[in-house]
Ligand binder design. Sequence first.
Ligand code: GLU
Length: 409
Amino acid sequence: MTINPFETAKSQLQQAAETAHLDKDKVEQLKNPDRYVEVAIPLKMDNGSQKIFTGFRSQHNNARGPYKGGIRFHQDVNLDEVRALSFWMSFKNAVVNVPFGGGKGGIIVNPKELSAAELERLSRGYVKKIYPIIGPETDVPAPDVNTTGQIMGWMLDEYQKRSFNSSKATFTGKSLDNGGSQGREEATGFGGVYVFEEVVKSKVVGLAKDASVAIQGFGNVSTFFAQAAEKIGYKIVALSDSKGGIYNPEGLGFEKVLAYKKSSGALKDFPGAKNISNEQLLELPVDVLVPAALENVLTKDNAEKVKAKLIVEMANGPTTPEADIIFAKNGVAVIPDILANSGGVCVSYYEWYQNMKGESWNKEQVLEKLSKQIKLAFADVLEQKNKYNCTFRTAAYVLAAQRIIDKME
Ligand code: GLU
């Protein structure tokens, strides 16, 4: 049975609504995105043929500011996924308290099958279809799964030409030489580790200084998460990409893995490690589990087998509501996506702000600000958790929903 992430998102909100007796009418409004569009993008392939790709943009809620959220390029993108992701963005932006609403976009495509020139034409073709509904004060896209600063650059250029608006603030996550912010690349992964450190400090979960960590995913988020976590002493014992993973209970050494993946193109057969599947990674005897790839990986079918005491959701939507119930019953703490991975959009806000004001901040300033803002978000969530004696996820939703509802009034 396929799990619909949009149903997951709505049920997470419903849980918070019941816990904190939120305004019923406003909650019903929040279960429906304001608007979503589906677009057809014709792409001229390098061999002269044409293919039509399908893209989406969902604008969930803008009570707190412009719609804001990434654009994903993936073969499994679909409307309900994009709607769910836009929904999660509204709540994430409210948790970390940046003045944005929630949006998300995507194209159904496996970008690894396109040449660089095709990828550029596809990115520009998408903007050609959605440029009337985005802009620095209406909807501000950014990178997500399989999209990069380079892609944001092509999209921004196309947007500027078509809208006659020269502002760079319509897209964030741009490269540094094109109006991007220092620290944006690292922001999601580092932000996750800042949250993780706060969890440890709060003693909600008892962890040794060299606790073992398994990370699913090998993209931008997991790379910076692993680097930062290893730097403060945690042991990265397992990692995976879309083809499978590697495990060494003594620790892998992240820099060595990175170099190996660069030279061999895969993780498989990394010296000293055992090859494992993505499913096995989730069930390893580790202290901390970090799903940092795609949604719906922790379900009722494997939640009982998870041995970690703490799950830090660096992917969006990795845990289904049934799995959440099992984790709560088994005393597994789950730091929800809308808090754990909010560092990315937080620095996207700094980028947008710098573009709007013509400022340029250095990396130290950015990371210092990020760390403060994330710590505050964690403290705010913990306060709700203690008040309602609920999970971190429900506490984060209560906090965010209240912040959004206040602005809807
Ligand atoms: N795609 C990222 C996320 O899911 C970042 C969004 C943004 O920076 O707007 O949070």
